[in-house]
Design a protein around this ligand. Sequence first.
Ligand SMILES: *Cc1c(COP(=O)(O)O)cnc(C)c1O
Length: 226
Amino acid sequence: MIADVIESLKKQLGAVSLMAVSKTRTLDEVRRAVECGQRLFGENHVQEIEAKFAPGTALPSSVRCEMIGHLQSNKVRKAVMYASRIDSVDSVGLALKISDEALRQGKVMPVLLEVNCSGEDAKTGFSPDTILSAVAQIRELPGIRIEGFMTVGPVLCTVGTEIWRQKTRSAFRQLRSIRDEAVRKWPEDNMSELSMGMSHDWEIAVEEGSTMVRIGTMIFGERNYG
Ligand SMILES: *Cc1c(COP(=O)(O)O)cnc(C)c1O
């Protein structure tokens, strides 16, 4: 079943990358997706990245996992150690800590900056008004490389309604225009990644120019947080 979903998604996505979001899933479930050819995973807790993706879990070395959840300062060391990219950088302070830690570990950490494009209060992320000045500061940090932007579509309105459709499209469109502006301002930086779209809204995200969708439920089924 996982195989069918991954295959059909990949066919529909074409050049858009597929991240399989494996939060709450077991290492066995991850292995099954890997057997179907899936290489890119996303997790929103550092502990889960460490448990499933740290060296020693016997997954092929081509398997990568990116951090997509809010990162607390005290988890930065392990995130830099085990995540192949941190896609949820949501403050300049956090970026500073990541940069310092990356230098300490002798690397440059690839990141995406998360933007709250739907204006929902509970969400983390830079506001669209401040994102470009944040980019200007963060791109100067020696231990960080900004590869693009990430957003989560609106979650407070009912999926499938016309208002949901409009808000979702406008959030994704806004992230794209932020990305376009950043690329125009700093063309040598390669900040072209646009991570947007989840199980319920990935089609709209792709229509609006997503380069990477983050799919959990569609691949693995409903999550059980027990
Ligand atoms: C859980 C999660 C996803 C995947 O959501 P699904 O609805 O299961 O596809 C994508 N992005 C982020 C940031 C998540 O936390």
